[in-house]
Design a protein around this ligand. Structure first.
Ligand code: SF4
Length: 222
């Protein structure tokens, strides 16, 4: 069972129970279970998603959202997408509905990403460019979750030891409020999440890149 904090949408009679099931209050005030809640999980690659999916799957109906205009080299984007799908297919082989994971691809709007983040391309990872990148991706996620009637969204971003959990959490909470959708506020790197993602990545023979995503994060390694 997950142990996350939740930012709940305002209004509406449906709430999230601790075990990830939807519930509502009946006329007598008794709580009734409706079923598993739907969560949208944005992911940048198969590797980052592994430990997050493993953790959420017992309690949530997961759709992986592959919205990554930040991977602004098309070959790299396709490689990561293929490995994301490969992991989901392998994971689903042993699962029955509703425990299977779904996949949804977002727009590949590289122009938008480069307009927003390009002015800061000379800055290192962890700089203002990354905060703008988180905002772009998390706003699209929150908007998509709200439009497609998901109960909540979360993010694989927090599994990385190179990313600031507090920054990610505060941005995601802001968009959860704006778009009136729940946010599962989970620091996935805790409980050995990052180590587990590396372990699962090896087990499923996934491609594991050594840089974040944009071409500018690759520059710093060269
Ligand atoms: S380093 Fe990663 S988080 Fe930062 S701007 Fe590039 S892709 Fe986005």
């Amino acid at each position: 069972m997950t142990n996350e904090k939740k930012a709940s949408p305002q209004g509406g009679g449906i709430c999230c129970c601790g075990d990830g099931k939807s519930a509502y209050m009946d006329m007598e005030g008794g709580e009734k279970q409706l079923g598993r809640t739907k969560v949208l999980l944005p992911s940048c690659c198969g590797t980052c998603s592994t430990a997050c999916i493993e953790r959420l799957a017992p309690d949530y109906e997961i759709t992986v959202f592959f919205y990554n205009p930040n991977i602004n080299e098309k070959d790299e984007y396709e490689k990561r997408k293929a490995n994301q799908i490969k992991f989901i297919e392998k994971f689903n082989e042993t699962k029955q509905a509703p425990f299977k994971v779904s996949f949804m691809e977002g727009d590949y709007d590289v122009d938008r990403y480069e307009t927003v983040c390009g002015p800061f391309k000379d800055e290192p990872e962890g700089s203002h460019r990354c905060e703008l990148c988180f905002r772009l991706r998390l706003e699209k996620t929150a908007m998509t979750a709200a439009m497609r009637n998901f109960d909540s969204f979360t993010t694989t971003l927090t599994v990385s030891p190179h990313k600031d959990y507090d920054v990610i959490s505060s941005i995601a909470r802001k968009y959860a409020d704006i778009y009136k959708v729940g946010f599962l506020d989970i620091d996935f790197k805790k409980k050995d999440g990052f180590r587990r993602s590396v372990e699962l990545s090896k087990k499923y023979e996934l491609y594991r890149q050594n840089y974040c995503g944009c071409t500018w994060s690759k520059w710093w390694l060269e």
